[in-house]
Design a protein around this ligand. Structure first.
Ligand SMILES: Cc1cc2nc3c(=O)[nH]c(=O)nc-3n(C[C@H](O)[C@H](O)[C@H](O)COP(=O)(O)O)c2cc1C
Length: 283
């Protein structure tokens, strides 16, 4: 089941979504990362980020709400420790990049040019930070600038990751018209949980991002809406994938690749079971 995106071959449509798979070290204890179509890094920011105060992940029915806040050791540490580990595997690495402005995005993308990373994915939709993330999308001119300048800074395919906040069709159009080669849909939509005992929000920031099967209909509809508008644009579809059927549903609405995030928290071996299931049905 070979797939081709902007000249890059994927051995199957399964990619690990940014975040729950970290930068692969823990997950590699459970699965052979070389079996994956692709692996998306945890979002990397220029400077280290300590993330949000706990609790950072709370369970809800059919999913979780996370408020990690893009915790990561920063770009230099990523280059030193995480990237060499990932580069050992025969899978396509997708770099998820976050930042406050186009200078930070461009600096990182240029520095990644001579690495084995195959696709750069701009995370413009993180729901859990006060600066950067989905806040950027409120500023159309800044969004255009970041996409245009990062497009000019690399020869590699450029994807933009969007959520469901804002006008999806309008934002997708801005991404494509300013140089995005593909889109990743969807990031975790904002949601909250409240304890009636003390009427307190369970998360310190009041809300976080929802992942898991509870958001699958939102992810499917988002892929469908964007694919209708831009039939030729490759889409990495995600949101609530925990079975082979979920993958087939995303492919049916127009995704070219399908991401698994929450699913690896549920069962780290899930991506392998799904790949084996897809292999069996194609033989
Ligand atoms: C614990 C956790 C951490 C995440 N961290 C990131 C991140 O760093 N960057 C990003 O683009 N998305 C992040 N996400 C969102 C996922 O990549 C994905 O878009 C979302 O969870 C929907 O897919 P899923 O239901 O398969 O998890 C995170 C999700 C979870 C649950």
């Amino acid at each position: 089941m070979d797939i081709n995106i902007c000249g890059i071959k994927f051995k199957n449509p399964i990619v690990i979504a940014s975040g729950p798979g970290g930068n692969g070290k823990e997950l590699s204890n459970y699965i052979n990362l070389s079996r994956l179509g692709g692996f998306t890094t945890k979002t990397i920011t220029y400077k280290p980020k300590i993330g949000n105060p706990p609790p950072r992940i709370i369970n809800i029915e059919n999913g979780v709400i996370n408020s990690i806040g893009l915790e990561n050791p920063g770009f230099e540490e990523f280059l030193k420790n995480d990237l060499p580990f990932l580069e050992q595997f025969d899978t396509n690495i997708i770099a998820s990049i976050g930042g406050y402005n186009s200078n930070e995005f461009c600096y990182m993308i240029k520095a990644l040019e001579n690495t084995k990373i195959k696709i750069n994915e701009l995370n413009l939709s993180c729901p859990n930070v006060d600066k950067g993330g989905s806040v950027i999308l409120n500023d159309v001119e800044e969004t255009k600038k970041i996409i245009k300048e990062t497009r000019n800074a690399t020869h590699k395919p450029l994807f933009v990751k969007l959520g469901i906040e804002g006008n999806l069709e309008e934002l997708a159009k801005i991404c494509v018209e300013n140089g995005a080669d593909g889109l990743t849909l969807i990031n975790a939509p904002k949601g909250t949980k409240i304890s009636l005992k003390d009427r307190n929000m369970d998360l310190k920031r009041g809300y976080g991002g929802i992942s898991g099967p509870v958001i699958k209909p939102l992810g499917l509809a988002s892929v469908y809406r964007v694919k209708k508008l831009f039939p030729k644009i490759p889409i990495i579809g995600m949101g609530g994938v925990v079975s082979k059927t979920d993958v087939l549903e995303y492919l049916a609405v127009g995704a070219t690749l399908v991401g698994i995030g929450y699913g690896v928290m549920l069962d780290p071996q899930l991506p392998m079971h799904i790949i084996e299931g897809l292999d069996e049905s194609s033989t």
